[in-house]
Write a protein that binds this ligand. Structure first.
Ligand SMILES: C[S@@+](CC[C@H](N)C(=O)[O-])C[C@H]1O[C@@H](n2cnc3c(N)ncnc32)[C@H](O)[C@@H]1O
Length: 230
């Protein structure tokens, strides 16, 4: 069995059986090959914008003798990709993931599941999903290599969800579930805010507003940690 990292394994675990799966920005191709070997899949598309990155996936697929089940496609996002039931877009910034979805909204809307893993700006991606009438079905926080990775699973419903500002930063679904992984995640965020508060130029014009924002955010995060720990 291919030994995936915790992050990649979580992405694969979110994929459904007997579906067409597209992995956008596949690079090494580990997830498509794992899926082909471990799950029943109808078809797998391993997709990348870069020829050299896609070549890595092609080489790995050949090494594993999985060519029969995986189609390799050069594409900027979803542009050249046939419709897929589950679309994985992982290991890129939240803004880039948003752009990829936005440029081919019909394909994004038609998917049963979008499995998204932004490296930064997860809040931007959540805002896009909520504003464009996608529902957030599930979320997961993975701690690996001294970093927190957020996985957001969504699907288009056509119904706009209302949200609070904090829902963009702290996954609502995990809060409701009192998911213990949130405790360390929030404590890390409190630490990052404290670092900024400690090192920022407090005399600058907008400092007062920024300090108030960070302190308000930390107060909220501490309340949430208390709530979840109970
Ligand atoms: C850091 S790698 C992530 C690889 C893998 N998805 C993961 O999570 O480990 C990002 C990959 O996305 C590809 N990429 C960047 N922009 C893209 C786009 N618009 N369409 C398709 N692939 C893209 C890059 O070429 C690169 O192979």
């Amino acid at each position: 069995m291919i030994n995936l990292s915790k992050r990649l394994r979580a992405l694969a675990d979110f994929c459904d059986e007997n579906k067409i799966i597209a992995d956008i920005g596949t690079d090494h191709g580990f997830v498509p090959n794992f899926l082909y070997e471990e799950k029943n899949t109808k078809k797998i598309y391993a997709v990348d914008i870069s020829k050299s990155c896609l070549q890595k996936s092609m080489d790995f697929t050949k090494l594993r003798a999985n060519e029969r089940g995986i189609d390799h496609i050069i594409s900027d996002g979803l542009k050249n990709v046939p419709p897929a039931d589950n679309i994985i877009i992982a290991g890129m910034g939240g803004v880039l993931i948003t752009r990829i979805l936005e440029r081919n909204m019909e394909k994004a809307r038609a998917a049963e599941k979008l499995i998204l893993q932004p490296m930064q700006q997860a809040d931007f991606l959540r805002k896009f999903l909520y504003d464009k009438a996608f529902e957030i079905l599930d979320e997961k926080i993975i701690y690996e290599d001294k970093k927190y990775f957020q996985i957001i699973v969504g699907r288009f419903t056509g119904k706009i969800t209302t949200y609070e500002k904090e829902d963009l930063i702290v996954p609502k679904i995990l809060r409701e579930r009192k998911d213990k992984s949130l405790i360390d995640f929030l404590e890390d965020k409190i630490g990052q805010n404290n670092f900024i508060l400690h090192h920022m130029d407090k005399k600058s014009l907008r400092a007062k507003e920024r300090i108030e924002d960070l302190e308000r955010e930390n107060k909220k995060f501490k309340e949430l940690v208390y709530e979840i720990s109970k």
